[in-house]
Design a protein around this ligand. Structure first.
Ligand SMILES: [Zn+2]
Ligand SMILES: [Zn+2]
Ligand SMILES: [Zn+2]
Length: 353
């Protein structure tokens, strides 16, 4: 994630802010310039960037629900921003709890959309483009106490369904424990499910299918049966030497989606570290050293090896910082050599090489 500064007072801002905590300026993220702008009312429901004077309108969800902080260029006819217009179904907001959970989902969804825009991947809403993307954010019905009738988080034909309970930290931790996963986050779900969508778009019927099959295995294997086997017998004992997660070993599609999500974890976290000018240098351990050049941009980097070279030391430092604060590892993963090669293939496909 880029660093953002208030256009009025230069205060450092978080991507999620809608008001500057220092000078009180209203803020909005403008996807056309990929910047969080200080804005001021310019009449007729329009807002002007304090820095450039460019005119915008607030996203419908900014205006009405305070569930978004993105802007729409003044002459764009849409009611919602590029992220919110991907929504097909949102939960019943008359239920207070739903409305809190939905806001949390939207917050993480915008991080996914940020990455997708930075990578210049297609991201059209499904109601405007037959190959587009749509989100269904659904709540379990109270009567559905049977585990199998719960809303399943997943992707099918361009529609990503997220069970809004995933945004409830208690519920998510319960599921994380039940599934014995070291990492489960809302952002992780968005990144994973987007992997299935981009498989359809970039891999399924194009020239990448062969190389992907060679690397990730047989995607024509019966999916239901593979899932049943995974949940009945568990992952292969040596999964860590070939997969990024135990779940990735269940089917080639899941391996792809897990690796895709991991690629997004990597480039976005690297961008944040690079924007802060972070360098890692453990004097006694020459292997734990990384100093990205000022022009290094993980979202553009043609050189995949540079990404990995900067990533590994950073993850060691990141985990050590977390442990110092008494938290679990931020990065509970080990990158085996075959996993690095899978990430390299994702990188090539993303950049169209
Ligand atoms: Zn300010
Ligand atoms: Zn929006
Ligand atoms: Zn999946």
């Amino acid at each position: 994630m880029k660093l953002f500064h208030c256009g009025r007072c230069a205060n450092l801002l978080y991507f999620e802010n809608s008001r500057c905590t220092r000078c009180g300026a209203d803020l909005g993220f403008a996807p056309d310039v990929m910047d969080l702008l200080a804005i001021e009312p310019a009449g007729n429901a329009t807002w002007a960037s304090v820095a450039s004077g460019d005119l915008y309108r607030l996203c419908g969800n900014y205006q009405n629900q305070r569930a978004c902080n993105w802007l729409i260029p003044k002459n764009d006819p849409h009611t919602y921003c590029v992220a919110c217009r991907l929504n097909r179904t949102i939960p019943d907001l008359s239920v207070q709890k739903n409305s809190d959970l939905w806001r949390r989902l939207e917050k993480e969804k915008r991080r996914l959309v940020y990455s997708v825009l930075r990578l210049q991947l297609p991201c059209e809403p499904r109601n405007e483009d037959q190959f587009g993307l749509a989100f269904d954010f659904l709540a379990d019905q109270p009567a559905m106490f049977d585990e199998r009738s719960k809303v399943a988080t997943g992707h099918a034909n361009g529609v990503i369904t997220i069970n809004i309970a995933e945004a409830d930290p208690v519920e998510r931790e319960r599921m994380r424990n039940q599934m014995a996963e070291p990492y489960r986050t809302v952002l992780g779900h968005f990144r994973h499910e987007s992997g299935h969508y981009y498989w359809d778009l970039l891999v399924r019927s194009g020239p990448w299918l062969g190389p992907v099959r060679e690397m990730f295995g047989d995607d024509t294997r019966d999916y239901r049966q593979a899932m049943d086997e995974h949940y009945q017998y568990g992952p292969p004992i040596d999964w860590q030497s070939r997969y990024i997660s135990a779940y990735a070993s269940s089917h080639a599609w899941e391996d792809w989606a897990e690796t895709w999500a991991h690629y997004l974890h990597m480039v976005d976290t690297l961008e944040t570290a690079w924007q802060f000018g972070m360098r890692v240098n453990a004097p006694q351990s020459p292997m734990v050293s990384s100093e990205p050049a000022p022009e290094f941009d993980p979202y553009q980097a043609g050189d995949f090896d540079a990404l990995i070279r900067h990533w590994l030391p950073l993850t060691l430092a990141l985990n050590s910082l977390n442990r110092s604060m008494g938290h679990d590892d931020a990065y509970p993963f080990v990158l085996a050599a075959p996993v690095v090669e899978k990430l390299r293939l994702v990188h090539r496909i993303v950049h169209g090489g």
